[in-house]
Design a protein around this ligand. Structure first.
Ligand SMILES: Nc1ncnc2c1ncn2[C@@H]1O[C@H](COP(=O)(O)OP(=O)(O)OP(=O)(O)O)[C@@H](O)[C@H]1O
Length: 519
């Protein structure tokens, strides 16, 4: 006797049934197959395919215990699962008649009319045929800790195949899925910028469409060319990095006053290399171990950007005043141990360990960029050779920079006021952002350039007033003098720590774009 019970009209049943139990169903199937063969030619192919899939599943369920299920979860050993990501990229290209629902949308915040993209809906089935085999995928979801505060939803793809195809899946089909996903990602013309969402512990992506390129960037032409060559060399040297046993990564430190184009340079680098950008606010990371998880979840061919690193560093605060030193007395031990805090949760050593340790061993073609307005406030540990390979100083606007901006903003290559402006550029410190702001006020070149001259005059006045105010500085008390002396001795100790700033990609010592420090 059969111990199974029929559950529904599809004929699903528990496994311990004898074949005689299914004879009526088999007869029905044969009758249906005959009907199918006779009317096959007049049934649209989409319906035929759907019926074929259904019959195939039914047949397997009835006669063989032959199904095998692979689960591809969104995390793998506490990190984001790259196979899961590959499946998510690949499957939307395999949507067929067996798929009953789809998710669509886009995250191009610059263009509401951008074409929608398909994604897999939770619970919907996608059937893929590859080299004569049939694979059935379903995206599943469940609450990891129902009822708790942290109710992160766990997702995974369920892949069903014939049991005998298990090896084929791991050795041929999944590599095919990953290869196809890789191709799709490379061919996508758009870049993404990711920001870390600490509530969901996930990188949120949005379309990256920053107009800044090396052509629009006002900076010293030689310095610009040096950076472009460095980047181009970096991406070509996969084999070189492997042969010398170094991680295929490059670190850049951009420093200079606000408005000199540090963020614009990051965008220009991303556009030049076609690398995605991971923009990390260190404040949003809770601890060193969190930092490791967050950073290892970034993908290859990407830029990790940490902006204004000096503002995140508590070691900066501790140098500010004696009072603040006292306030942080209890943290001295930590400082001595080179654990100066980047934020309440992340320590400097946590960041450095990642840059030198884990960072070196995970991922390929990675660029890490730190930006700061105050290089002198950075912990010397961040500046040591081998940490940031290239230090790039972003300075005030040069006349060459102005010429580029005038051309881009006003379309003028020559003008009677250029000589006057050249003189002003040498006299006053104006940032490219300030020049750009003046030039974009109007389309009329004469009015815009007049405005810039006026701006420079005012700036000179401001500078003179500031100098006069500084000259009237209050009398320095003995206490303040002592504090100044102690600060200076600390600064001297710091300078000793900084030897050569740059390191060529070959490992030889060579000059970087560094070191005419002014800010
Ligand atoms: N070197 C430059 N070339 C062209 N445009 C520039 C340059 N520097 C600044 N700008 C203009 O000024 C704006 C602000 O510059 P940006 O944000 O890149 O400066 P920043 O150095 O990163 O400033 P902050 O330190 O305040 O973040 C840019 O959007 C751009 O329009």
């Amino acid at each position: 006797m059969a111990s199974s019970t029929w559950n529904d009209s599809m004929g699903t049943c528990s496994s311990s049934s004898s074949i005689s139990d299914y004879i009526p169903s088999v007869n029905a199937m044969l009758r249906f197959s005959t009907f199918f063969m006779v009317f096959g030619n007049i049934i649209p192919s989409a319906i035929r395919e759907a019926i074929g899939d259904w019959l195939h599943g039914l047949f397997l369920r009835i006669f063989f215990d032959s199904e095998f299920t692979f689960n591809i979860e969104d995390t793998w050993q506490h990190f984001h699962n790259e196979t899961y990501r590959a499946v998510g990229v690949y499957l939307p290209t395999r949507i067929g008649t067996s798929t009953a629902s789809l998710v669509i949308g886009h995250n191009d915040h610059n263009d509401i009319m951008a074409p929608v993209q398909p994604a897999i809906a939770v619970g919907s089935t996608i059937v893929d045929h590859f080299q004569g085999h049939r694979f059935e995928w379903v995206l599943c979801e469940k609450n990891e800790n129902p009822g708790s505060f942290n109710n992160r939803k766990k997702r995974w793809y369920k892949l069903k195949c014939r049991k005998k195809n298990r090896e084929f899946v791991t050795e041929t089909y999944i590599p095919h899925v990953c290869r196809a996903a890789d191709e799709i990602i490379k061919e996508r013309d758009g870049l993404s910028i990711f920001t870390y969402n600490k509530d969901d512990a996930y990188w949120d992506a949005t379309v990256f469409k920053h107009p800044s390129t090396f052509e629009t960037l006002a900076m010293d032409p030689a310095q610009k060319q040096e950076i472009i060559s460095d980047l181009d060399l970096f991406v070509q040297r996969k084999d070189f990095f492997r042969s010398v046993g170094r991680a295929w990564k490059r670190g850049y430190l951009l420093y200079g006053p606000p408005g000199t184009g540090k963020s614009s340079l990051v965008a220009a680098i991303a556009n030049h290399l076609k690398f995605n950008v991971y923009d990390l606010q260190l404040q949003s990371v809770k601890s060193d171990s969190d930092l490791r998880t967050v950073l290892t979840a970034t993908t290859n061919r990407s830029i990790l950007l940490l902006e204004d690193v000096d503002c995140s560093s508590r070691s900066t605060e501790t140098r500010l005043s004696k009072e603040e030193e006292d306030k942080h007395k209890d943290k001295h031990k930590q400082r001595d141990e080179k654990k100066s805090s980047i934020n309440p949760g992340v320590t400097l050593s946590g960041l450095l360990n990642f840059i030198d340790g884990l960072w070196s061993t995970c991922g390929d073609e990675r660029i890490i960029i730190l930006t700061t307005n105050h290089k002198e406030k950075l912990d010397p540990a961040l500046l040591r050779p081998g940490r940031m390979d290239v230090h790039i100083h972003m300075g005030y606007c040069s006349f060459a920079g102005f010429l580029l901006l005038a051309d881009k903003y006003l379309g003028v290559k020559e003008h009677s006021l250029f000589k006057v402006i050249e003189a002003w550029m040498q006299k006053v410190a104006v940032t490219p952002a300030e020049v750009a702001q003046q030039l974009m006020k109007t389309n009329d070149a004469q009015v815009a350039l007049d405005g810039l001259v006026e701006f420079c005059k005012n700036k000179e006045k401001e500078m003179a007033e500031a100098a006069a105010a500084a000259a009237k500085a209050p009398v320095v008390t003995a206490e303040l003098q002592a504090e100044e002396v102690s600060k200076k001795s600390e600064a001297t100790a710091t300078e000793k720590d900084i030897s050569s700033q740059s390191e060529s990609q070959s490992g030889d010592s060579s000059s970087s774009s560094d070191d005419d420090e002014e800010d």
